[in-house]
Every structure is written in C-alpha cells, then in structure tokens.
Design a protein around this ligand. Structure first.
Ligand code: NAD
Length: 400
C-alpha cells in the first residue's frame, strides 16, 4: 500500500517502514561517525533496554550496540501491522535495528509486551540466563500513559499543573495554528497516579528482580532519564504532575544505591534535553517551547537529537575516564546546552510574542513538525513515499 501520514491531534496513526528504517540507519551512522574518533573506553557489552523502541531508549540501544558492540535485549510495547493498518513506528524501528545489528554480527533480541508486568520481567530474566548469563547495563527508558498493576487495576498518568491552572498554547500540526489550552490543577489522586506510572517504582522492581535472579554482573550500572527544563516549561512539567514523578526517580536512584552495592553497581538518573519523541509530543505547551528551542539551538550549532545525547552520555559521562558531571542531587547533567543563558534568554524573550503569523519565522515550527513526521518515518529525503510498500514487516520476538 501507499502510506502517508494521518495526523490527529498530537498523534500520527500511520508509520512508514522505509522511513523508520532510514531513521535507524541515520542514528547508526552518527554513532559510527563518533566511533571513528576513537573507540569507547570500557563501554557496556551486555545491555537490557526497557522502553527500547523509541526516543531515548532506541537511541541508547543504538549507542550501546554500534558504539561498543554490545549485545542488546529490547523490551517495548509496540503493535505489528494488521490488515491495512500500519505497524507502530516503534515496531518498524525495532525491526530495522535488529536487522542492522544482526548484519553487523551483534546479538539483538526483543520482547514485546507490558514491561510493568511480572510476566515480561520473568521472560526477560529467562532470556538473559539462557543467552547472556548476566548484563552489565540496564537502561530504563519507559514512557507510558498508564500502568496495569498486579491486581489488574489500571492507573493513568495525567499531564497537569499542580496548585494552579495552566493557560498556554499548543500548535496544531495540520494547520500550523496556535491553539489556546487551559488545564485545571491536578487532584491529589492524579498526582499520586502519575507518580505510580512514571515514577521510580517499576524501575526498582526491575532492578530487584534482576538482582534476585543473579543476572546483574559485577559493576553493572542502571540509568533512568529525567527532564528538568526551565522557567518556560516548569508550570506544566517540573512543577506539574510529571515533575512529581520525576522527583520520585531521584528517590528511587537513592534507594537503589544500597541494593546495587551487592554487585558493586550504581543507579543513575540522567537529565536529558527536551526533544521531539512520542512521549514529549503529548505534553501540553511543549510544542511552542521546542519550536523556539530548536530555532535558537540550530542557529547556535548546539542542537542535538536523541542519538547525539545518548552517544555523548556514553562517551563523555558513563564510560569516560573523566569524573561524572553531576548536580547536587547526583543527577548526570546532559542538558547544559539547552539551559545555556543565550538559549533560554531567546526562548524567554520570544515566548509571549509567538503568533500564527510569525510562528514560521521566530520559531522553528517547520523543524519541529519535520521531527514529528520523521518520528513516524515520514519526511526523509531518499524515501519514495509515492511507491507501494508492504506494511507487514516481520520481527522475531522472544515472547511472540
Ligand atoms: P518514547 O515515547 O519515545 O519511548 C517510550 C518507550 O516506552 C517506547 O519504547 C515504548 O514502546 C515503551 N513503552 C511504553 N509503555 C510500555 C509498556 N507498558 N511496556 C513496555 N514498553 C513500554 O519516550 P521518550 O521521550 O524517549 O522517553 C523515555 C524517557 O526519557 C522517559 O523517562 C522520559 O521522561 C525521558 N525524557 C524524555 C525527554 C524528551 O524530551 N523526550 C527529555 C528528558 C527525559
């Protein structure tokens, strides 16, 4: 079939297999280019990525596999194509990653299912025991709208401010027009539920299960990703429900320090840059911020995507001979370019000036929109979008 983007709100309900493959190839190319400057000293060799099919998780998997020849196991929640419905972008990207990894002689296996469940945790442990023995790195990069608890209760996260209402604007992808949005403050239960879904509890459950099974190698490290942002995003992000969940990651990292000592291991939270990913596109108000951010960071030559961030995290921080650049809460900082004064001063100055008329000039909405389309495999040069393509892309799943 011929596949084109179908955008509804902040969702694109189609994905293009060739474009998703192109995205993976470009990320691998970046890692190979950086590797050309010298091999990663003491990089990870056996890596489990939970949330491995999109954004920061996929980029981390590519940085590990192609930057340090790591065997990788990916856990994600994606859907294959069904009849005329395309697969999800994460399905196509994981299939493309696996094909490339295997062609390069690298071990890559996948589990598709609910990472919150004990069944997926157990299936992952069984696979590690069978194929790898132990892992030396666990990357937890899950971003989920809901979590099913062991008793079947479904808890949903909310993206809301706390204490007072939020009034802001978002951008309609189809019409490129600003839309006012207002959100009431979250109820206490919504705050607690968001922490349950996006906080550190499930990360801790994974680490404890892996430790108890004896599959974490001596010196194993685990990472989780957070976002702090700046004044512009605080009302809806860091001071909102999701911020409370992110605070809980810091708690979880501290709580994991002691159990990780059993393997002389460490648990880190890394603060990453704001970027277009499936999860980020759902956050109210982020569209204007990211469009302004992209404009000024591209102008200054400091713009990075997920793969630049994770590759730099590996090379300059986690596996570098230099000491880690951490803040007072012991979080690894990767957001210094986003938070530079000249960048934030620009965003602050333009924030209230954005209108439908000047959106295309004072912000990089075109780049933001392109990143959204590319996330689903569209808008890549070199892909013939008018050509017929098979939407069915097979992928071997350990639990499939
Ligand atoms: P994403 O939406 O691109 O990826 C989320 C991943 O989680 C996917 O692989 C998806 O399949 C998987 N997933 C979702 N629900 C699942 C489930 N129930 N079981 C198994 N897998 C499931 O998200 P992202 O933006 O890359 O976010 C990853 C982490 O990075 C999050 O903690 C996020 O807060 C953080 N982060 C994101 C940004 C940003 O700007 N995007 C910035 C800093 C930190």
């Amino acid at each position: 079939m011929i596949i084109s983007p179908k955008i509804k709100g902040f969702l694109c309900t189609t994905a293009h297999p060739k474009g998703c493959e192109m995205d993976v190839l470009q990320q691998i190319e970046h890692v190979e280019r950086v590797k050309g400057q010298g091999l990663l000293a003491q990089g990870p060799k056996k890596v489990l990525v939970v949330g491995a099919s999109g954004g920061y998780g996929l980029a981390s998997r590519i940085s590990a596999a192609f930057g340090s020849e790591a065997a990788t196991i990916g856990v994600f929640f994606e859907r294959p194509a069904v009849k005329k419905r395309t697969a999800s972008a994460g399905w196509y990207k994981s299939a493309a990653f696996t094909k490339q990894a295997e062609a390069a002689g690298l071990y890559a296996k996948n589990l598709n299912g609910d990472a919150f469940s004990s069944e997926i945790k157990q299936a992952t442990i069984d696979l590690i025991k069978q194929d790898l023995g132990q892992i030396d790195m666990l990357i937890y990069s899950l971003a989920a709208p809901a979590r099913t608890l062991a008793d079947g209760t479904v808890v949903k996260s909310a993206l809301k401010p706390i204490g007072k209402s939020f009034a802001g604007a978002t951008i309609d992808f189809n019409s490129a027009e600003l839309r006012s949005i207002s959100l009431p403050p979250a109820e206490p239960q919504e705050v607690a539920d968001t922490v349950k879904v996006m906080g550190g509890e499930d990360w801790e459950l994974w680490v404890h299960a892996l430790l108890e099974a004896g599959v974490l190698a001596e010196g194993c490290i685990t990472t989780n990703y957070t976002y702090l942002g700046s004044e512009a995003t605080w009302p809806i992000y860091y001071h909102g429900t999701i911020g409370k969940a992110k605070e809980d990651l810091d708690r979880a990292a501290r709580a994991l320090a002691q159990p990780m000592q059993a393997v002389n291991g460490k648990a880190y939270v890394a603060v990453m840059k704001g970027l277009m990913t499936q999860a980020a596109s759902a956050i109210p108000g982020m569209a204007v911020y990211l469009s302004l951010l992209f404009k000024i960071m591209k102008q200054k030559g400091t713009h990075e995507g997920c793969i630049e961030q994770t590759t730099r995290l590996f090379r300059d921080q986690l596996f570098s001979a230099q000491p880690l650049n951490v803040d007072q809460q012991d979080r690894i900082r990767m957001d210094e370019l986003e938070l530079a004064d000249e960048i934030q001063n620009f965003v602050k100055a333009q924030w209230d000036l954005v209108t439908d008329e000047n959106l295309a000039t004072i912000s990089d909405f075109a780049g933001y929109r392109e990143a959204f389309l590319q996330m689903h495999g569209f808008a890549f040069d070199g892909v013939d979008y008018a050509a017929e393509i098979d939407q069915n892309v097979p992928m071997n799943l350990v639990n499939g």
